[in-house]
Ligand binder design. Structure first.
Ligand code: AOF
Ligand code: ZN
Length: 361
């Protein structure tokens, strides 16, 4: 259906479903974030959302609490029709006598992809598709890219000055962003399934690459290091954190004989420009990683921007200038003005000491 064929109440309830789905942010991958709202006579009877990977789906969570027939179910994704971690959602929708289901779009997952809609329609349930498509795409952008391409969604996270510098000429980046920007930037990690940095960042900062911000207690993700020359020292902190914090390293094929430094050490194609980032993304996708946050350094961010293998950028922009020809630029490779890296779906948040500029590429 066309977006404008839906009523304002339909829009309101789908917004609620999307907001509910968002509560699963960072916890459901590689599965989607889904919210569901059950309505009768313009009143919300029940709601549900997908809380965590492998747990009950949103539709079931909303419907299992009620026993009223003739309801409308608003879901932020097509209901599934397969038995996976949980039974098919189409079963409970039929069993509970729902009469109308409203969704933004069909689920591209080949196990579902229109089958859910067909099963419901066969049972005489009215299924209406097309409500808040863009908003729903945006909420589930990690999942939708991953399920349709097999590769993770890539977001770049960079702390920069207003003039786009990552660090001064001595590679000193410590004071680019202050406390408040740095804390928000670290909590962004919680939204992702993996965090990626290059060798230089590990050498310079000896980071743990974990998350310690409020609200993300218990959150874990894979730490990915790109080390084309296999030069990483195993004395660094990232090696001493236990199995809870998986570590993946990527090095060039020619380094294969110089030894694996962790269980998930992959040896892949490389060139003068570094490791083949497409190969890296394919392997991460095969490992079930639906999203990664790339944090630096400059060369790695530049390669992602130049190859356009990134999908989004979050710039933590401090209200400072550094200038200088030898300071490190966020995008040293650069592209012609006729083909710039443009941001869409842009948002800007102003904080005390600067801005968070976020947008899709
Ligand atoms: C979810 N949560 O609320 C909905 C999903 O791994 P499974 O067996 O739970 O199945 C995951 C698939 O189910 C997922 O890729 C998507 O196609 C569909 N819907 N999944 O995890 C939900 N509604
Ligand atoms: Zn389901």
């Amino acid at each position: 259906m066309n977006e404008n064929e839906f009523s304002s109440k339909d829009v309101l309830f789908m917004h609620l479903a999307l907001e509910l789905g968002d509560r699963g942010l960072g916890l459901t991958e590689p599965n989607p974030m889904v919210g569901a709202v059950v309505v009768k006579d313009g009143k919300v009877l029940s709601t549900g959302y997908h809380r965590k990977f492998g747990e009950v789906h949103a539709e079931r969570s909303a419907l299992e609490k009620i026993n009223v027939k003739g309801t409308t179910l608003y879901v932020s994704l097509e209901p599934c029709s397969h038995t996976g971690h949980t039974p098919p959602c189409t079963d409970i929708i039929i069993e509970k006598g729902v009469s109308r289901v409203v969704i933004p779009f069909a689920d591209p997952n080949t196990r579902v992809n229109g089958k859910g809609i067909k099963i419901l329609e066969k049972e005489g349930i009215k299924v209406e598709t097309g409500l808040l498509k863009e908003e729903a795409f945006f909420c589930n952008r990690h999942y939708l890219k991953y399920i349709s391409t097999g590769r993770p969604w890539v977001t770049i996270n960079a702390g920069v000055t207003i003039d786009g510098k990552l660090s001064d000429k001595n590679r000193n980046s410590q004071w680019v962003t202050g406390e408040s920007l740095r804390s928000v930037s670290h909590s962004l990690r919680g939204e992702f399934s993996a965090i990626m940095v290059g060798l230089a960042t590990v050498k310079d900062d000896d980071p743990m690459l974990t998350i310690r911000e409020d609200g993300w207690e218990g959150k874990k993700f894979v730490r990915v290091i790109l080390d084309s020359g296999n030069r990483l020292s195993t004395k660094m902190k990232i090696f001493n954190m236990g199995e809870e914090w998986p570590l993946y390293i990527f090095s060039g094929k020619e380094q294969k004989n110089s030894g694996k430094k962790c269980e998930n050490h992959f040896f892949i194609n490389s060139s003068l420009g570094g490791l083949d980032l497409n190969d890296v993304l394919c392997i991460l996708g095969e490992k079930g990683i639906a999203s990664i946050l790339v944090e630096g350094g400059g060369a790695l961010i530049s390669s992602f921007l130049e190859s356009r293998l990134c999908d989004e950028i979050a710039l933590f922009t401090a209200d400072k200038f550094l200038g200088g020809n030898n300071s490190v630029e966020i995008f040293s490779e650069g592209v012609p003005i006729t083909d710039p890296v443009k941001l869409t779906n842009r948002s800007i948040i102003e904080l005390d000491e600067g801005y968070i500029i976020r947008g899709m590429i």
